[in-house]
Design a protein around this ligand. Structure first.
Ligand SMILES: Nc1ncnc2c1ncn2[C@@H]1O[C@H](COP(=O)(O)OP(=O)(O)O)[C@@H](O)[C@H]1O
Ligand SMILES: [Mg+2]
Length: 411
């Protein structure tokens, strides 16, 4: 460790609202990011297993479930058409406390002290597209979890609220993780689709030999969100562990095909999705379409919807229609997120990818545990912000320019 190396804790809690992921990352003094969103000069790609390539090393990763009542409150706030301001304010400070607990516990566990925290926050609302509001066109996003609390309790500065600066630059504020995907997975010869399956599923397509402005990234649709919702509803379990329920059911192919006709799936990227698209109302309609079939068939169908929508998105929007996967060198899909633990989903996806000539690999094979990836991304982005470097990928978010992301709270 040189004097200028910095240990950064990345904190992520996604739309699944399952809990908090913390990654402790040693960032090397040569700051990452100088050649990414400003740029356009991608260096010759090296193997992603060569960690110095991205300038960091993962020291440890841990996952903490939200306490049950906190999870219910988060889900209620996300789904609410109306909410109490007092309750949202309290939730903001409560989640700040939970983030601080999570970072401190991870530091103790790995006996490492962070010098900076990058905290994504819990998204309660995300609307990346401007819409009419009180006479103006407004895009809006809201990540909760009070960073001042985290800074005070952990005792180091905290970078939070990454998305608004990209939106102020004309972007959709999402996806942001392509910054890390590009640093880690670009390769001179192998084109890669980096696919995360969290509550929402999103991909980053990096053609062989790509520079940052060749990167395409967008949300492909539901990840675990619909699977979780129907499993909770029909089996009173928070998720389909290992994909066992789905594996025991039959897919209602018609339902999947009908749903894939929806506007979201036909829209060209860049596009983002959240509970606004695939939350409670969507699930109600999904269940209605499934009708009176066996309960496990509903879960199998929700799982197939995720797999099929990902493969469709890859075919239609990620691999350019005019050239074959081979000419852009696309050979691999690299999977991360909680969905990678759902074997039924992974099996369905593997089958879907065969005709596209893509081989499925886990991000774990590259030294990055699939559950840790997004937390690592926010550590790397916080480090960029600390050095006043941009970390959005304009070709991914649609931003007109590079932007330094986030706000800094001091202890
Ligand atoms: N062992 C498992 N088997 C099946 N699904 C799992 C397993 N572990 C996690 N998941 C799924 O992953 C989700 C959490 O994924 P995550 O990547 O944390 O998403 P998010 O970023 O939205 O929080 C859970 O809600 C669940 O659906
Ligand atoms: Mg999660």
């Amino acid at each position: 460790m040189t004097k200028k190396d910095m240990i950064v804790a990345g904190v992520m809690s996604g739309t699944s609202a399952d809990g908090i992921n913390v990654a402790l990352v040693r960032m090397q003094s040569r700051p990452t990011g100088s050649d990414i969103s400003s740029g356009l000069r991608g260096r010759a790609a090296r193997s992603p297993t060569n960690r110095s390539h991205a300038g960091f090393e993962l020291l440890g990763h841990a996952e903490y479930s939200y306490p049950k009542k906190a999870r219910s409150a988060v889900l209620a706030a996300m789904n609410a058409s109306r909410a109490s301001v007092a309750e949202l304010a309290r939730l903001n400070f409560l989640i700040g406390e939970l983030y601080a607990d999570a970072v401190l516990a991870t530091e103790r566990r790995f006996r490492v002290k962070a010098q900076l925290v990058g905290c994504h926050g819990q998204t309660l609302y995300h609307q990346g597209e401007p819409q009419s509001f009180l006479g103006r066109k407004i895009a809006a996003t809201w990540q909760t979890g009070e960073a001042a609390i985290v800074a005070a309790r952990v005792g180091v500065p905290v970078v939070s609220d990454f998305r608004p600066a990209d939106m102020a630059a004309g972007g959709k504020g999402a996806p942001l993780v392509p910054f890390l995907d590009y640093l880690l997975f670009r390769d001179a010869r192998v084109g890669r689709i980096v696919q995360n399956i969290g509550g929402i599923a999103n991909l980053t397509a990096i053609p062989a030999g790509a520079t940052a402005n060749h990167v395409i990234a967008f949300d492909t649709g539901p990840g675990n969100m619909v699977i979780d919702a129907v499993t909770e509803r029909l089996f009173v379990q928070p998720f389909d562990r290992g994909g066992k329920i789905a594996a025991s059911g039959k897919v209602l192919v018609k339902v999947v095909e009908q749903i894939l006709q929806r506007d979201f799936f036909r829209r060209k990227p860049p596009k983002t999705a959240g509970r606004e698209e695939f939350g409670r109302e969507f699930v109600r309609e999904f269940l209605r379409r499934c009708g009176r079939c066996a309960k496990q068939d509903v879960v199998a169908t929700a799982t197939a919807l995720t797999a099929k929508s990902i493969a469709d998105a890859v075919r239609k929007y990620a691999i350019r229609q005019t050239s074959s996967a081979r000419t852009q060198g696309f050979q691999e899909m690299i999977l991360s997120g909680g969905g990678a633990k759902n074997s039924a989903l992974v099996d369905m996806l593997t089958t879907e990818l065969v005709p596209l000539g893509l081989r499925l690999r886990l991000s774990d094979e590259f030294g990055l545990p699939s559950a840790a990836k997004e937390a690592v991304a926010f550590a790397v982005m916080a480090h960029a912000t600390w050095h006043r470097r941009s970390s959005n990928v304009p070709s991914a978010t649609g931003a007109k320019r590079a932007a330094v992301l986030g706000k800094i709270s001091y202890p």
